[in-house]
Design a protein around this ligand. Sequence first.
Ligand code: NDP
Length: 236
Amino acid sequence: MTTPRTVLVTGGNRGIGFAIAERFAAEGHRVAVTARSGEGPEGTLTVRAEMTDSASIDAAFTEVEAQLGPVEVVVANAGITRDTLLMRMSEDDFTEVLDTNLGGTFRVVKRASKGMLKARFGRIVLVSSVVGLYGSAGQANYAASKSGLVGFARSITRELGARGITANVVAPGFIETDMTAVLPEAQQAEYKKSIPAGRYGTAEEVARAITWLASDDAGYISGAVIPVDGGLGMGH
Ligand code: NDP
């Protein structure tokens, strides 16, 4: 049994974020999620936040702190794709993805670090992707945003490591969610052939790695990149 914590998961109304929030709640933690629409799982607190807007992130944290206490575990999960080949990629395609995935993580973690520094305890988990280090044709914007998270987490580890704060990256491979459901069938079959496990992962499998990183058992793990990808990205 791990110490119950106050946990905030961004983008917890669906997909991987929903599963992460569900898992933390099932393990007995006090859980809040951010959502632009919809709600987090039963038993969690839902607050509104837009990842590109620091004022809305600040307000979301303030609400969570008032209702559940200082945030001890933050999972930066919210993210988007705007896939297209480089030659066709607009400035907006690039900056929107970077601003949401990397900029949003910066805003959330910066706000979370205030309380963590005061408490001299914190667990920061960033949701990256196998393509951050593997690369992916048609996803230069997304892959850049996701590999940026690695340098970000490792810098935080160096800055805040002595204050009881860990920062780790989880890099999922292909996971069954809305994000992968939109891919054409043929492309999905092709991807499955390249995954040693021969199948997509589940959001629950990603959630299990994340709750473990936030648990008492993982207190000496920081600056790590943990793949949850059925072996797809081996060697990175
Ligand atoms: P979904 O598309 O199912 O959900 C994305 C979540 O992010 C939603 O809650 C969405 O909120 C939120 N979000 C997006 N943009 C913003 C924004 N500007 N402000 C606030 N919230 C925002 O994605 P997944 O569950 O599949 O992915 C979750 C994370 O996992 C992402 O970071 C993704 O890159 C990563 N990932 C996913 C993989 C997969 O195979 N699915 C593989 C590897 C990594 P709203 O509902 O309001 O849009």
